[in-house]
Design a binder for this molecule. Structure first.
Ligand code: PLP
Length: 319
């Protein structure tokens, strides 16, 4: 990435965070309406269709040790979604890259969770015609967060399989990253009711789909598999395919039944929020020997080592 060349309108050199309620807002910096703001001041109208109708797309990229990881892939997915939802943004790819960089730089975070969002916005006349809406671009950088905490990463997560059905791809294309999360949130409540820590929900055919903010893989006899249908094509999922190609592991995208995942040797989930994270129990029963398996461990190590590879990382310019 090249150094930011233009000062964006309204960009302060520092962000005053004096009066932020830290219980409600993590330390971070947002960009909206041409300005950089503390997180507590980044607010949208309740009339924005992004809020009223979930009419929005977004992407999340992380920064680790001062570098974005696979930023180009996240931008490709985000801009693809914006185009397919027929939204128009006032910034091009290079300007968005600069804005994301500036949010991280102004926040000072060396490890961050960075989100870019495009909402339908609203029309100046409150028309119900989405073509008349003025689309809105928002970005923010807050501290890095993970689906699994440190202890869960060491011992593996306990996941419950919910009967909730992921919204069908014919209704909402999962490749357009979206906030249609009622199925996932209901799945989470099911999981908590069963004493588990997170959930997997199923697709319209009853096969395993994905969970709240992550894709899933199983390992059986040294071969990996991840659901192909009705799921977000995650960048971390794609990264696992790339790592398998590098290490000679065999991996396929294909249906996984409930019984197959429970009989797997290893299971792990993947997300920008946490990377590759082991699962050692499903519906109360141990997966394999009940500990973090060797394939999962190897991929986890490789995944974090790849954060230093210039081919996959983009240094944040903090000055
Ligand atoms: N599936 C869903 C529904 C998600 O929301 C996410 C990430 O937020 C993922 C999968 C994982 O995608 P990625 O690896 O690109 O973070």
């Amino acid at each position: 990435m090249t150094a930011p060349t233009t000062q964006l309108p309204g960009a302060p050199s520092t962000v005053d965070e004096h009066h932020i309620d830290r219980r409600r807002y993590p330390h971070g910096v947002a960009f909206m309406d041409g300005q950089y703001l503390p997180m507590s001041e980044a607010k949208i109208s309740v009339l924005d269709w992004g809020f009223l109708h979930s009419d929005a797309t977004y992407d999340t990229v992380h920064v680790w040790n001062g570098s974005f990881f696979r930023l180009d892939l996240h931008l490709d997915r985000f801009l693809g979604g914006v185009q397919r939802l027929r939204m128009k943004l006032p910034y091009d790819r290079e300007e968005i890259t600069t804005i994301l960089n500036n949010c991280v730089a102004l926040s000072g975070h060396k490890s961050a969770y960075v989100e870019m969002i495009s909402t339908r916005g609203s029309s100046p006349t409150f028309s119900r015609d989405p073509r008349q809406a003025e689309n809105r671009f928002i970005a923010f950088a807050i501290p890095f967060g993970s689906v699994a905490n440190k202890e869960q990463l060491e011992r593996g997560l306990h996941v419950a399989i919910s009967n909730m059905v992921r919204i069908p791809p014919k209704s909402v294309d999962p490749a357009i990253k979206n906030y249609h999360w009622l199925d996932l949130v209901n799945g989470l409540f099911d999981a908590y009711d069963k004493g588990a820590e997170t959930a997997l929900i199923v697709d319209t055919n009853g096969h395993i789909a994905e969970g709240p903010g992550f894709n899933v893989f199983l390992v059986k006899n040294g071969t990996l598999r991840t659901p192909a249908f009705g799921v977000l094509p995650g960048i971390t999922r794609r990264t696992v395919f790339d790592l398998c190609a590098e290490t000679g592991l065999s991996v396929a995208a294909a249906d996984i039944s409930r019984s197959e995942i429970k009989a797997a040797d290893e299971v792990f989930i993947t997300s920008t929020a946490g990377g590759i994270m082991p699962v050692t129990r499903i519906d109360g029963a141990a997966i394999g020997k009940g500990d973090v398996g060797s394939v999962t461990r190897c991929l986890m190590d490789l995944y974090w080592r790849k954060h230093d590879d210039p081919a996959w990382s983009t240094a944040v310019i903090y000055s």
